[in-house]
Design a protein around this ligand. Structure first.
Ligand SMILES: *[C@@H]1O[C@H](CO)[C@@H](O)[C@H](O)[C@H]1NC(C)=O
Ligand SMILES: *[C@@H]1O[C@H](CO)[C@@H](O)[C@H](O)[C@H]1NC(C)=O
Length: 517
């Protein structure tokens, strides 16, 4: 009986060991995410907290109220360096960010709350792939497994972190406007853009982060390179849905698709919104929001007037996310609101069109809730998101510089009358929902896997430690070409020698014949 009890206890212990990953201590480092980045990071935090893990998160956007989450607010404001996104469309914002990042990161790292953190007390560390690179200085010596989170897809630098091979021959670089299949010129440009982005990261950005960190005496003078430390990361969680990626592309096992984590079934709307949308009759409603990062009041007045004019002629009702309670010339079929439950609106059967800036989160939510998209990209990856969505047949894109009453009116009419947009987005919505595991389960599974298997070294790509010319066999191809050229050269030499000999013989025999005559 006694033996039996001991065995039972041992068995229970074993069982609980096998499942010990409940209640792990997890540290999330993402001091710089914008609101939209934090939609992704925050969903990861909430998912793990609901699962019973204890999450401490370094953030500048505290917003999660949860028993199992402790937020450390570093209170870093990105606004001063990204002033007015309408006046700084295109890549200006990104260039400014790139210049300011190293200093900002060092400043965040110097905070007492950060320096007091005892890394080795945690079971797992998440780090956000956006400006947080100097924090790798904290992680140089630790054996605690790490997971990197990318709020976008796989940016070029992330390929190297996970040892994933990038194929500029058929995968257009993130942020570019090219589509598969690429012409020769596009492949050339794509390759050059790729090289440029890698070089910028490797020879300018990361060294300047290391320099700023060392100058502030926050990183050791003889610290390993950030790239080397970052390569310890067990997995990279990306905000992509594999079934929606065009073209499909190869991934190493360490890249985990967690896209659509922000998407959830629609819930009933607040009373006033519900009755407003339901009162739109057969015409239905249009939802207009430029996301959480772009300030609506930064929109130039001439653009605002175009929207107001065109909206006033539409039979549809329009819900417009706007940061003031009213505006000049507001038509009766338009309702303004500062904050709106986006997914509950998109999920309402009477909402037929989503006018958006084309951010990744909004795009994914539109696809999930099967609403066609009219995109006005402002900056960063929004342009390329919209080009992809337009090519997929679920969207139309209007460049701010082309915006006119006629164009806006005609595009809205076309999208609401031609059923192809709705049909295509319905199909893509089905693809997005038809996955073996929900994105939440994916996050829980691979996070606990990294804890159980101590960073999962068996799943790491061998490419991580290889030089680029070895990865692509450039040295092998070059030697094959050199050998072939050498053989060709020898062949030609021999051929010439043979021909000479032959000709000489016929010549001499010919001469002999002549002499005989
Ligand atoms: C917090 O974690 C505990 C286990 O550590 C779990 O039982 C509890 O349900 C979690 N709380 C919430 C609100 O999910
Ligand atoms: C908007 O476009 C539709 C169809 O293209 C057209 O019938 C309508 O007259 C236009 N409205 C205005 C105000 O131009």
């Amino acid at each position: 009986m006694q033996v039996c009890k001991v065995q039972l206890v041992a068995l229970l212990l074993l069982l609980s060991c096998g499942m010990y990953s409940h209640g792990s201590k997890i540290l999330v480092i993402a001091p710089f995410g914008t609101k939209s980045h934090w939609q992704f990071f925050g969903e990861i935090v909430k998912t793990l907290a609901n699962r019973g893990h204890h999450v401490t998160s370094l953030t500048s956007l505290p917003m999660i109220r949860h028993d199992n989450v402790t937020e450390i607010d570093l209170d870093i404001d990105l606004d001063p360096i990204i002033p007015n996104t309408f006046e700084n469309r295109g890549w200006g914002v990104s260039v400014n960010l790139l210049k300011r990042m190293p200093g900002m990161c060092a400043e965040a790292l110097s905070r007492k709350q950060v320096q007091d953190i005892k890394i080795d007390e945690y079971d797992l560390i998440f780090i956000g792939l956006f400006v947080s690179d100097c924090f790798y200085g904290l992680l140089e010596d630790t054996q605690v497994p790490m997971i990197t989170m990318s709020p976008n897809g796989l940016v070029s630098y992330a390929h190297e972190l996970e040892g994933n091979i990038d194929f500029p021959s058929f995968v257009p670089m993130m942020g570019t406007t090219m589509l598969h299949p690429l012409t020769f010129t596009q492949r050339l440009l794509n390759t050059l853009a790729n090289l440029f982005s890698h070089a910028l990261t490797k020879y300018y950005y990361l060294p300047s982060v290391e320099k700023a960190c060392k100058e502030a005496a926050l990183c050791r003078p003889n610290m390993r390179s950030i790239e080397e430390i970052a390569a310890k990361s067990a997995f990279l969680f990306i905000n992509n849905v594999q079934a929606l990626e065009t073209p499909v592309r190869p991934y190493v096992p360490a890249v985990i698709h967690a896209g659509g984590l922000n998407c959830r079934p629609a819930q009933p709307l607040p009373e006033d919104l519900a009755s407003w949308i339901e009162g739109s009759g057969d015409a239905g409603a249009i939802y207009f929001s430029l996301g959480s990062f772009i300030k609506p009041k930064d929109m130039p007045e001439k653009f605002r007037q175009v929207f107001v004019k065109v909206f006033s002629t539409l039979p549809q009702r329009v819900i417009w996310k706007w940061d003031e309670a009213s505006m000049p010339g507001l038509p009766p079929n338009v309702k303004l609101a500062k904050w709106l439950p986006q997914q509950d609106i998109l999920g309402h059967p009477k909402v037929h069109l989503f006018i958006t800036h084309g951010g990744l989160f909004s795009t994914l939510e539109a696809i999930y809730h099967a609403v066609p998209i009219l995109g006005f990209p402002v900056f960063a990856d929004q342009g390329s998101n919209m080009i992809k969505s337009t090519a997929d047949g679920i969207a139309e894109t209007i460049d701010w510089d082309d915006l006119s009453e006629d164009l806006l009116n005609n595009t809205i009419h076309k999208m609401l009358t031609d059923q192809k947009y709705q049909k295509t987005v319905n199909h893509r919505s089905q693809l997005m929902r038809d996955q073996p595991m929900s994105p939440r389960d994916v996050v829980v599974y691979w996070t606990e896997y990294a804890i159980r298997h101590k960073g999962a070294p068996h799943l790491q790509s061998p490419v991580k430690g290889m030089a680029w010319y070895q990865i692509y066999n450039v040295d092998v191809w070059l030697s094959l070409i050199v050998i072939s050229l050498a053989c060709l050269y020898l062949d030609i030499k021999i051929l010439i020698a043979l021909v000479r000999r032959c000709c000489y013989r016929t010549k001499t025999t010919g001469e002999l014949k002549k002499k005989k005559e």
